[in-house]
Design a protein around this ligand. Sequence first.
Ligand SMILES: CSC[C@H]1O[C@@H](n2cnc3c(O)ncnc32)[C@H](O)[C@@H]1O
Ligand SMILES: [Zn+2]
Length: 432
Amino acid sequence: MTTLAITGGQVLLPDISVTRADVLIDQDSGKILEIGDNLAGDADETIDATGSFVTPGFVNGHSHVAMTLLRGYADDKPLDAWLQEDIWPTEAELTPEDVHIGAKLGLLEMIKSGTTAFADMYFMVPQIADAVEEAGLRARLGHGIVTVASDEEEARADAQEGLEVAEALDGRADGRISTAFMPHSLTTVGSEYLEEFVPKARDLGVPIHFHGNETTNEVTPIVEERGVRPMAYAAERGMLEEGDFLAHGVHLDESEIGLLAEAGTSVIHCPASNMKLASGIAPVQRMLDAGVTVGIGTDGAASNNDLSMLDETRDAAMIGKLKDGDASAVDAESAVHMMTQGSADAIGLESGRLEEGAPADLAVIDLEQPHLTPHHDLVSHLAYATAAADVRHTICDGQVLMRDRDVLTLEEESVRTAAGEAAMALVDRAAN
Ligand SMILES: CSC[C@H]1O[C@@H](n2cnc3c(O)ncnc32)[C@H](O)[C@@H]1O
Ligand SMILES: [Zn+2]
């Protein structure tokens, strides 16, 4: 057994309390062996976390990681115009190499901001899986299915690809990759395809993930055509079961929140994307009060425009208060729970908590910074004051991915250069 001890830090425990302790990791199994005092003597290697806050690695519950190539390409539009006028025409020009380098750029940013696991919906998923394998993170991946602009043959092929990707990639990267069946949304995938393919995904035993109730344009047509709210429609199509998770959930009414709570279907809150696209404000405190599992996600870098879960969590806490007109809504403890256990539970991972037997996925945050002084309350600092640049070490599955702000698994400069070049070539192709 090879062991690593993280010593002398303040440690965030699963009940969101903080204690001074060492964390001992079995690097072979990728699990936490023990949290306690004086564990350095038992370890093969030590990372000194004195003056630092040792937290679970953050879990990004909804992303399109390769969209880093489109960061800053199309801003200041609402969702439908943004997708139809700018994003989808450009994505039509993506090559597998683009998706691979775009994903590597996104993973580099995730590692540098303390994220160790994420759920991702996109195209050319094998290239994303290759990037995840190289970078060393944990991921739940799926092929995003869109049938609206397709003929029947194309639509069925797209849904079939969703199944094949879910089957082929599950368990890759020594088990760090799991999968899901991912219809893009209830308005961009035809009812007949949901009816045919969701049961097939159930046979594979993978969860369902989709964009749900992100804008009113995803609610009104369903209510008008089918006479029911979108979540009732999703339930009729078999898409609301325990372990399923939807992104956004901005325009959910009380009946729909009740359906989600009853079904055990989780919601990934994406506050920055919802603000930037002016989609609305999700009823996060109401969902938490109803017993819905809520996680946090960044969405893609083109609608955010970064992949930092620290920024996202601050946004979630701030906007949650504004939504309810109540400064006690979405408090620091709830926000920190959502960025760790909430997201992990939502996407079906055991990460997000530091305890014996849990995956050794951790972030170590440098507290010796002016904006993190004094140390009245480290949970408050994590929710409201910590920035991506404060993350000093990132560990996933027991492996050190970043040590002293130096990413070990990806060549930062070459990834940035190659991604910058690929992005420029992509937009040139799209313009011609
Ligand atoms: C079919 S793969 C995923 C698909 O989703 C697009 N996308 C990015 N952000 C959003 C969002 O906020 N709502 C809906 N769809 C989004 C992405 O560009 C891909 O085409
Ligand atoms: Zn999305």
